[in-house]
Design a protein around this ligand. Structure first.
Ligand code: NAD
Length: 288
């Protein structure tokens, strides 16, 4: 598969770059950054430290001519050409850019794997439109563990009554720009699905001052930011006399990059549509 990467100089972009170059069944179709970014025009290899992206296993890149060629090619800023040339494009960028890229995916019938978080409802509606023409996989969290957590949160919420107060606590590194995290919101949605209510009618995304007592059925969120924490999510069901907690800790960004690559392979050749990681991982039938 020919795979393109947009936002290639970002934290996730560099990780994706190393994984694509390491995969025997993938070729790099190109690496794109936003126009004016210092990486544009520099060789792709300059984005990787010591031949790898700081992956925990430090695996060297394969000694293949296509890898050497990919490392020497310059980082570009032409997303239109990238979407036309690639079978799939991996996108961990920013919401406005992701919406533009989804339109390019629709034009080129290119698989579009979206990890970008913080999209508004209107921006998500644009993805749905684009997905009439291209296979799009969109997930706030591409890790296997978090997708299992989503299925579990839905199941626990469906089992417990609203006497169990739900609070979702997340912590991320100090550079994260959106809050609550896309994954925390996805967990809230899973709880709301389990309760057969709309999240928007019950979420409490911040508390400050005299807020009054907690209302029955509220789904609360708390956001922590600091250090280099890759991502922690906790769903707490607090009842009278007992608490149940579901917890996931991401130790390395690689889990998201590997999930994105898995999503690209899965979506290759699939009919147009907006898919999630539950589809990719075969968890869609565990939603109940
Ligand atoms: P980052 O800021 O390090 O990287 C984003 C990159 O996108 C930057 O290099 C930026 O220049 C580039 N970019 C922005 N607009 C662009 C455009 N129009 N064209 C090309 N490139 C553009 O951020 P990050 O930590 O890599 O995270 C990126 C996104 O992915 C965030 O929304 C984050 O929440 C999300 N994320 C999702 C998952 C998941 O599993 N779904 C995992 C980690 C991060």
């Amino acid at each position: 598969m020919k795979i393109g990467i947009v936002g290639a100089a970002g934290r996730m972009g560099r990780m994706l770059l190393a994984d694509v170059l390491q995969a025997p069944d993938c070729r790099l179709a190109g690496a794109v950054e936003t126009a004016g970014h210092p990486a544009v025009g520099r060789p792709v290899g300059a984005l990787l430290e010591n031949g790898h992206a700081g992956a925990s296993d430090g695996a060297p890149l394969p000694d293949r001519p296509d890898v050497a060629e990919a490392l020497a090619q310059p980082v570009g800023d032409d997303a239109v050409a990238l979407f036309a040339a690639a079978d799939a494009v991996l996108d961990f960028t920013r919401p406005a850019a992701t919406v533009d890229f989804a339109r390019l995916a629709a034009q080129g019938k290119t698989v579009h794997v979206i990890g970008t978080t913080g999209l508004s409802a209107a921006e998500e509606a644009e993805l749905t439109k684009a997905a009439r023409h291209a296979a799009i996989v969109y997930a706030a969290n591409m890790s296997l563990g978090v997708n299992l957590l989503l299925a579990l949160a839905r199941r626990v919420a469906a089992t417990l009554d609203i006497g169990y107060d739900v609070e979702i606590v997340e912590m991320h590194h100090r550079h994260k720009v959106d809050a609550p995290s896309g994954t925390a919101l996805a967990l809230g949605r899973a709880v709301a699905d389990g309760r057969r209510v709309d999240l928007e009618d019950h979420w409490v995304k911040a508390r400050d001052g005299v807020t009054g007592p907690r209302r029955d059925g509220d789904i609360g969120f708390a956001t922590l930011r600091g250090g280099d924490v890759v991502g922690e999510h906790r769903v707490l069901f607090a009842g009278a006399g007992e608490q149940i907690e579901l917890v996931h800790r991401a130790g390395r960004r690689e889990i998201f990059a590997q999930g994105a690559l898995r999503a690209a392979r899965w979506a290759h050749g699939k009919p147009p549509g907006l898919y999630g990681m539950a589809d990719v991982l075969g968890l869609a039938d565990t939603r109940g």
